[in-house]
Design a protein around this ligand. Structure first.
Ligand code: HSE
Length: 432
């Protein structure tokens, strides 16, 4: 029996996927039954590896998703359009879909999955989060018996690389970004990565699976790493922390499990925390559930082979289902998406977290006392206050708070800004 796939996109991940499917020796025998029926690309002028004959490769993407001989469409184009329309067309023609496209699923997942459920087809997306790390199927299946309480991830390799280099080399953000672009670790337009949007797409997908509801993508609070300075990384180090871009989804204690905190921001992570040593382009996702406790998924979060490994595993899952003699049009609830309602997202001002704040102040008696009083006026309890040194004639004071309500903290900061001795507040970071 042979199953034909229509491969849309022959970039890094598309080429990696083709390579696995064309080199099946020593891998699962099911792969021998999968044929690359057609390949869709945006332009035919590029030299590509692997090379496909003209009767297979074309720029007519619509012809591929509507081709009656294609069983599974593998969408590796990225971006919102034409990916969304092509996925919907494929589904409406009764084809199963495998995608690595977190942006399209995070924003249009509801219409894609509603269409898929109507058509009785699968849309699998293991490669959309964490590259080669298995995390989608574990959340859908292996961890399914648990009540998930939190998902905390380093899910963007580019920003993790930049923060790691800033830490080890004591280098500035802009210098490391330039270097990362030269090495191909950061895109020419790096916004999606460094402003946190890519991580926000990914945590929206993980939260939906872990907490069993739809997520409005716009409700994910998102801060990137542009403002992280080497000065703060060095102070964080002295205080026992590393700085990481975390994507966090947390259930709210004492409420229904579908009320969530959902946020992406640079965070001071204690050096003893399991995520603290996830460096360079690696990703890791720490999932906490009841009764399991904590489990961490770690590995290469991007790259041709790693991401293709996840894509091909999804293709194999669909082929295995299609081959089973009792396959009907009833889709497996553990592999599909049946969420009907949206999770409630807690506004950022209502979350509780610790903060790190760096102040530049006049070096006069009573400054630390005034700071403590202003924070105390709004129930912001301080864990540590350290005068680290001097900069341009000003004293540099770093404060770490206890776990406080973000709204109270922000109001206290407004009062602190009015204090005569406070000259500047160069950085505010959350602490895990
Ligand atoms: N741009 C992503 C990252 C890889 O840096 O992690 C694809 O998800």
């Amino acid at each position: 029996m042979a199953f034909k796939i229509g491969l849309l996109g022959l970039g890094t991940v598309g080429a990696g996927t083709a390579q696995i499917l064309l080199d099946t020796s020593g891998r699962n025998p099911l792969l021998k039954e999968i044929i690359i029926g057609r390949v869709g690309v945006r332009t035919l002028t590029k030299t590509r590896t692997p090379k496909f004959p003209p009767e297979i490769i074309s720029t007519d993407l619509e012809a591929i998703v509507t081709d009656p001989n294609i069983d599974i469409v593998v969408e590796l184009l990225g971006g919102l359009e034409p990916a969304r329309s092509l996925i919907l067309q494929a589904i409406n023609r009764g084809k199963h879909v495998v995608t690595a496209n977190k942006a399209v699923i995070a924003r249009h997942g509801y219409e894609i999955y509603e269409a898929a459920n109507r058509a009785g087809v699968y849309v699998l997306l293991e490669a959309s989060v964490g590259g080669g790390i298995p995390i989608i199927k574990p959340l859908k299946q292996s961890l399914g018996a648990n009540r998930i309480t939190s998902i905390i991830g380093i899910v963007n390799g580019t920003t993790n690389y930049i923060l790691t280099e800033m830490t080890t080399a004591g280098a500035d953000f802009s210098d490391v970004l330039n270097e990362a672009q030269k090495l191909g670790y950061a895109e020419a337009d790096p916004s999606a990565d460094i402003d946190g949007w890519d991580a926000a797409d990914k945590i929206a997908i993980l939260a939906s699976l872990g907490f069993g509801g739809r997520i409005q993508r716009e409700s994910v609070y998102c801060e990137g790493i542009r403002e992280v300075s080497k000065v703060d990384i060095a102070y964080a180090d002295k205080l026992g922390f590393v700085v990481k871009l975390l994507a966090i989804a947390k259930g709210l204690e004492g409420t229904e499990s579908d009320t969530l905190q959902l946020r992406v921001h640079p965070t001071l992570v204690p050096k003893s925390h399991p995520l603290a040593n996830v460096d360079e382009v690696n990703n890791a996702i720490l999932v906490e559930g009841d009764p399991l406790g904590q489990v961490m998924f770690y590995g290469p979060g991007a790259g041709s082979g790693a991401t293709a490994s996840a894509v091909v595993s999804d293709i194999m899952n669909i082929v295995a289902i299609l081959k089973s003699s009792n396959h009907t049009q009833t889709i497996d609830p553990l592999l599909s998406c049946t969420h009907q309602h949206y999770c409630k997202i807690t506004p950022i001002k209502s979350i509780e977290t610790r903060f790190y704040v760096r102040f530049l102040t006049r070096d006069v008696p009573g400054v630390i006392g005034h700071l403590g009083t202003s924070f105390g006026n709004y129930q912001v309890s301080l864990e540590s206050v350290v005068q680290i040194g001097f900069k341009e004639g000003l004293a540099e004071i770093v404060v770490v708070t206890h776990c406080v309500c973000e709204g109270n903290f922000r109001t206290a900061l407004e009062e602190v800004r009015t204090l005569e001795a406070i000259k500047n507040i160069p950085s505010i970071l959350r602490v895990l």
